[in-house]
Design a protein around this ligand. Structure first.
Ligand code: ATP
Length: 237
């Protein structure tokens, strides 16, 4: 069963076309990765899903319901949660306050408390730093906080934009382990990544965007062997 589908999406900023006839599907419980060079349209794809960019044409379907053109708060209510590029934590708020913001739209207070405990178990580094201002965390810790904040919204679909950006390999490894664990608890994940090696190592299925269009798609294990992917995205010649 497909939890989320983009069908023939066209999106632009003024007269800059960012997506052209882009379609993708997220099967329930899977990790899907979206690869592509800078400017290929990856972030725009996430913004179309989260309601920040309205597509010119095409459809966004979620569990059989059409969500095209819905506002970001309507999308968040459906538990489709974006974890933005560059973390974007609130630097002058504490770790705990940042996490609480993730659950602002929820009314199930008892579950929120439980989820906070789960997030802190998942990220012991955050637990040790609850009262610390987010702006003083390391890059890796800020990324953990951004993911933790997204988890506080109890996502059914988690949209991750470049979680490895600017982080040391050892931290990236840790974060990718956590992403796998989040997926094991049943959350479907759309992972946008520049690091194709890593993304293909955890994803079930991958799409490659070039100039706003899907150039290739397939099982992650198969795309890893694809010559064009190897040459352009895996640096193997
Ligand atoms: P990156 O990996 O560099 O983040 P991306 O694949 O996420 O790239 P997008 O950010 O989706 O790419 O951008 C797709 C295209 O749309 C690019 O040509 C970009 O310059 C353009 N674009 C993105 N945001 C805007 C904006 N707010 N106004 C005008 N053009 C934009």
């Amino acid at each position: 069963m497909k939890v989320l589908k983009l069908e023939n999406i066209f999106a632009s900023y003024g007269n800059i076309e960012a997506l052209r006839n882009m379609s993708l599907e997220i099967p329930e419980g899977s990790i899907i990765t979206l690869l592509g060079a800078n400017g290929a349209g990856k972030t725009t794809t996430l913004k179309v899903i989260s309601g920040v960019v309205k597509p010119k044409f095409g459809k966004l379907m979620y569990q059989g319901e059409e969500l095209t053109g819905k506002s970001p708060d309507q999308i968040v209510k459906r538990k489709i949660i974006q974890c933005p590029e560059n973390r974007q934590v609130f630097p002058q708020l504490t770790v705990l306050e940042n996490l609480r913001i993730g659950s602002y739209a929820r009314r199930d207070r008892a579950m929120v408390k439980e989820d906070l405990q789960k997030v802190l178990e998942m990220f012991p580094r955050l637990k040790e730093r609850l009262a610390q201002f987010a702006g003083t965390l390391s890059g890796g810790e800020q990324q953990m906080l951004a993911i933790g904040r997204a988890l506080m919204a109890a996502p059914k679909v988690l949209l991750l934009d470049e979680p490895s950006l600017g982080l040391a390999p050892i931290i990236v490894k840790e974060i990718f382990e956590i992403i796998k664990n989040i997926n094991r608890t049943g959350t479907s994940i759309l992972l946008v990544e520049q690091n194709a090696h890593l993304a293909l190592s955890i994803a079930d299925y991958a799409y490659v965007l070039e100039n706003g269009q899907i150039a290739l798609s397939g099982k992650a294990t198969e795309l890893k062997k694809d010559n064009r992917v190897r040459e352009l995205y895996l640096g193997v010649t």
